[in-house]
Design a protein around this ligand. Structure first.
Ligand SMILES: *[C@@H]1O[C@H](CO)[C@@H](O)[C@H](O)[C@H]1NC(C)=O
Ligand SMILES: *[C@@H]1O[C@H](CO)[C@@H](O)[C@H](O)[C@H]1NC(C)=O
Ligand SMILES: *[C@@H]1O[C@H](CO)[C@@H](O)[C@H](O)[C@H]1NC(C)=O
Length: 239
């Protein structure tokens, strides 16, 4: 398991510090193509911008790697991650100095160039509501990333919780005014659980997806003591 917090810059830097034993994937840029095997690192990124910035010519959902979207000249931020393939990870994006609502409030996860894959855009925050918990599934076919999508658990976890609002029957949201970055008391850092599905380049099946199915949306948080304090204890009986 790995917790990774990587800060925002439009520079998509590489870092040899991220190399671990067992990592045979030497592609470190999210806008590059690669094929991976279990235990490799895999680099992907998440872009924050307004929803329309992820659509070209009102119709095409292009990858943020596609220059036609011109995300770098839009009001946007990018976070880069390198989780280990087939290892359940909880990525965090600390929002103490970053308010998703001021960058358009939507996010898209992406990787690849010729074989570009991107997720649908997910609502994160506007001035009224903030969603802090997400599950992202990375689907590989023979080691190549084919698809990224957000898995939703619905609002069962927040029904009846006065601090939460259920948005569109899919997302548990808190009021943005409760967030520390808006003068409130709650750390609204984003937590993104990762799951891998499909096959690696040796056709080994990636299994972490099934574990997440059973774990469900919030179950990983308790494993990370630093997040537990900032993300979960504030929600008390939520967990
Ligand atoms: C944009 O979309 C319109 C209508 O679908 C199409 O006619 C036009 O060729 C497109 N422009 C570009 C640059 O793709
Ligand atoms: C975010 O950063 C602030 C300031 O460094 C820290 O107090 C807080 O615990 C961090 N939150 C998370 C979830 O890591
Ligand atoms: C914020 O988002 C929610 C859910 O999508 C929507 O109902 C609400 O109107 C939005 N508020 C603002 C100020 O945009």
């Amino acid at each position: 398991m790995a917790t990774e917090t990587i800060l925002f810059l439009l520079l998509l830097t590489t870092s040899s510090l991220l190399v671990e034993s067992g990592d045979t994937n030497h592609v470190y840029l999210p806008c590059s193509d690669t094929k991976v095997q279990i235990d490799d690192g895999f680099t992907f990124a998440i872009a924050f911008a307004q929803r329309t910035s992820f659509i070209y010519n009102n119709s095409l959902q292009l990858s943020p790697c596609d220059r036609r979207l011109a995300l770098s000249s839009a009001n946007s931020q990018i976070a880069v991650f390198r989780p280990k393939v087939d290892e359940i990870s909880l990525l965090t994006i600390n929002t103490s100095s970053f308010s998703p609502d001021t960058y358009g409030g939507y996010m898209v996860a992406f990787a690849g160039r010729k074989y570009a894959a991107r997720s649908p855009s997910a609502f994160v925050a506007n001035t009224t509501y903030t969603v802090t918990s997400f599950t992202l599934v990375l689907e590989f076919k023979k080691g190549r990333l084919e698809n990224l999508y957000w898995k939703r658990d619905g609002c069962a976890k927040c029904e009846g919780q006065s601090n939460f609002v259920c948005l569109n029957n899919v997302d548990c949201a808190i009021r943005t005014s409760s967030c520390k970055n808006h003068g409130g008391s709650v750390d609204c850092s984003l937590g993104i659980q990762l799951a891998f599905s499909g096959t690696d380049k040796h056709l080994s099946v990636l299994n972490s997806w099934y574990e997440v199915e059973n774990l469900q949306q919030y179950s990983l948080y308790g494993l990370y003591s630093n997040l537990k304090d900032s993300l979960t204890s504030q929600y008390n009986n939520f967990f």
